[in-house]
Write a protein that binds this ligand. Structure first.
Ligand code: AMP
Length: 222
């Protein structure tokens, strides 16, 4: 899942994961867990995250490789927020040679103005990480509406100074990753300016048509 901060990558990754019963992971959530648990990776990542900078590739790749190695090879998985640099994309290609290669890179397209608008009003549940909007009357310190007992908070890197850096680093590093997948014909672009359910339906239909294409190619080669 690729897209600007606030594009809805995490929300869609969770929905698609439930629909197809395949695991998903968010590199940002993994880093936040490591940070909370004071692990070596968390300590290494902390300062970069606070500033809105990317964590160095070696640290990020180590963390994702560890997660991937624990997954069932036959099922596949959804990565949310990884890769974000060309180097990470190349390493992912290597990792995926053991998994039959990459099926698709889904790019959720929103404008920079929309990203800023969403991030500046975004708050999250401390437990399920579901996003809510201050515009819907949810405030920091509220209890999560899902009933999991989580407390609503604003990510420190959703504050304006870090957001500016996150947008800069995205255009410097991650635009190139989008082009990389486009050139290889792996990229599927979905507008993120429509409702959550509409984005979900578009992604599902993209995945289903890829499955159908593969099925008919397999049938032709029998
Ligand atoms: P996110 O929750 O996806 O916005 O990520 C939060 C922060 O974690 C980012 O601003 C980075 O500091 C770090 N991070 C997450 N994924 C990556 C990645 N693929 N490469 C480098 N840093 C990352």
């Amino acid at each position: 899942m690729l897209g600007l901060p606030g594009a809805g990558k995490g929300t869609q990754a969770r929905l698609i994961s439930q629909k197809f019963k395949i695991p998903t992971v968010s590199s940002g959530d993994l880093f936040r867990d490591h940070d909370k648990n004071n692990t070596e990776l968390g300590i290494l990542a902390r300062d970069y995250m606070l500033k809105g900078a990317y964590v160095p590739d070696d640290v990020t790749i180590r963390m994702i490789t560890e997660w991937v190695s624990l997954q069932d090879k036959s099922k596949g998985f959804i990565l949310d927020g990884f890769p974000r640099t060309i180097n990470q994309a190349r390493v992912l290609d290597d990792i995926l040679t053991n998994y039959g290669g990459l099926d698709m890179a889904v790019y959720i397209d929103i404008s920079v103005a929309e990203a800023i608008n969403r991030i500046s009003t975004r708050v999250l549940c401390s437990i399920c990480q579901s996003p809510f909007s201050l515009l819907d009357g949810v405030k920091e310190g509220d209890v999560c509406r899902t009933g999991d007992g989580g407390v609503i908070y604003q990510r420190p890197d959703d504050k304006p100074s870090a957001v500016e850096e996150r947008l800069k680093v995205y255009s410097r590093e991650t635009q190139e990753v989008i082009q990389y997948y486009q050139t290889r014909d792996n990229l599927r672009t979905v507008s993120g300016a429509i409702s959550i359910n509409e984005v979900k339906s578009e992604i599902i239909s993209t995945i289903t048509s890829l499955e159908n294409e593969r099925y008919s190619t397999d049938r032709r080669s029998i």
